[in-house]
Design a protein around this ligand. Structure first.
Ligand code: S3P
Length: 429
């Protein structure tokens, strides 16, 4: 499905409810499955990626009930998963693929795991290597360090591992394997990545501590089911934050947004670009910080984004590139080589598409340079089936000189199925 977004000639005003956080939704199913008792999840993200996680655990014998306003996961305990009868299919979801591998490595059965054509190109050596150090037996079936993976479940040992790249998926795969190891697992991060796994496992009763950049998990504790209210996803909120900043006269309120400091880089960058964003009613919900965000139309200027902030906004960089294109001056993004390994190569694809709509941008090996002070022309962009590329250019379309057509825009269902409906509702208010 292609989608056209036409320029909006009036402000966006009102309150918008943003769906649940994708990272936390995945983890709530996984940890709930491994716990004893029933985990009740409210504000779960019913998007394709999280549905892939549900379907993998159902295939391993976990009963997961989808009720109107909550999900019930009937945990089977750490040792209760059953051998799936078929290959586990993780769809487009890197989080499902990498985290579940850590669990599968420690089971008393073998299985095969794969996903869609994007997943089959994404690097898996980053999990195969540390999990193998723990004793795991994981084969990349085509010998290319990508999925499909054959995972031969076995007995695991704890490791002391320093992360070569900042990746919450890799860190979480190791921690989940560590639940089954015969001694503690210690991970040191040079640059911290999102810490939902650590916060959530603690709530499930796991013995896990973080000191500075070092996390230690002591195995042997069962996980106990709990109630989880998933905060609204800051990565999804980001599109509407950007819409409010860019469409003249706009004022949007976004309640209950997760502002975990390992995820809130987008807020700091917007503030450093001169954006008017207020955080109201800051509070804690099951260890996660949340707040209501109020965003007003603003005149933005370019900035430099580099270093330790990168992992805290990694999924928002395509959207930051859109904001940068219409900001005063040049924006430089560095230290973000990880963008090459996302759902598509987000450096190459952003630069290619920005050029198609009249923006001067240059791809660098670890980021991009975007010349600001421009207007988006209309045009056709290729999403390459990447949800974040599609949504980023939808926001550009709101302020373009002519419609922006987005190829394969239905990929937004991977993280935000209601995106276009919400955008249209706000646009026509
Ligand atoms: C995620 C971690 C990040 C992020 C992804 C979700 C997670 O990936 O880009 O969208 O839920 O752990 P990396 O671990 O590859 O940085």
């Amino acid at each position: 499905m292609n989608k056209s977004i036409s320029p909006l000639h009036h402000p966006m005003k009102g309150t918008i409810d943003i769906p649940g956080d994708k990272s936390i939704s995945h983890r709530s199913i996984m940890f709930g499955a491994l716990a004893s008792g029933t985990t009740e999840i409210t504000h779960f993200l019913k998007a394709e990626d999280c549905i892939s996680t549900i379907s993998c655990f159902r295939q391993m014998g976990v009963t997961i009930e989808e009720q109107e306003d909550c999900i019930l996961v009937h945990g089977v305990g750490l040792h209760g998963l059953k051998r799936p009868l078929m290959t586990l299919f993780t769809g487009n979801s890197g989080t499902t693929t990498r985290l579940i591998s850590g669990i599968l490595a420690a089971q008393q059965f073998d299985c095969t795991l794969t996903g869609d054509s994007s997943i089959e190109k994404r690097p898996m050596k980053r999990i195969i290597q540390p999990l193998s150090m723990m004793g795991a037996c994981i084969d990349s079936i085509h010998h290319n360090d990508c999925a499909p993976l054959f995972i031969h479940g076995t007995h695991l040992h704890g490791i002391d591992y320093t992360m070569p790249v900042a990746s919450a998926q890799v860190k979480s795969a190791i921690l989940l394997a560590g639940l089954y190891a015969d001694e503690p697992t210690t991970i040191t991060e040079l640059v911290p990545s999102r810490n939902h796994t650590e916060l959530m496992l603690k709530n499930y009763g796991c013995d896990i501590t973080t000191q500075g950049h070092t996390i230690t998990l002591k195995p042997g504790q069962p996980l106990n089911a709990c109630k989880i209210t998933v905060p609204s996803d800051i990565s999804s909120a980001a599109y509407f934050i950007a819409a409010a900043l860019l469409v003249p006269g706009s004022l949007l309120t976004l309640p209950n947004i997760g502002i975990n400091p390992t995820r809130d880089g987008i807020i700091h960058v917007i503030q450093s670009m001169g954006g008017n964003i207020e955080l109201k009613n800051k509070r804690l919900s099951a260890g996660e910080q949340i707040a209501d965000l109020v965003v007003r139309y603003s005149t933005l200027h370019g900035t430099v984004i580099e270093g330790d902030i990168i992992p805290t906004l990694i999924d928002e960089i395509p959207l930051i590139a859109i904001l940068s294109a219409v900001s005063k001056g040049t924006t430089i993004i560095r230290d973000a080589a990880e963008l090459h390994y996302k759902e598509c190569d987000r450096i190459e694809v952003m630069v290619e598409n920005l050029k198609k709509v009249g923006i001067h941008a240059t791809a660098e090996s670890d980021g991009m340079i975007i010349e600001g002070s421009h207007h988006f022309e209309g045009g056709m962009i290729n999403s390459y089936h990447d949800h974040r590329i599609a949504m980023s250019f939808a926001i550009a379309g709101l302020i373009a000189k002519a419609p922006i057509h987005i190829m394969d825009a239905d990929c937004i269902s991977i993280s935000y199925p209601e995106f276009f409906t919400s955008l249209e509702q706000l646009a026509h208010k």
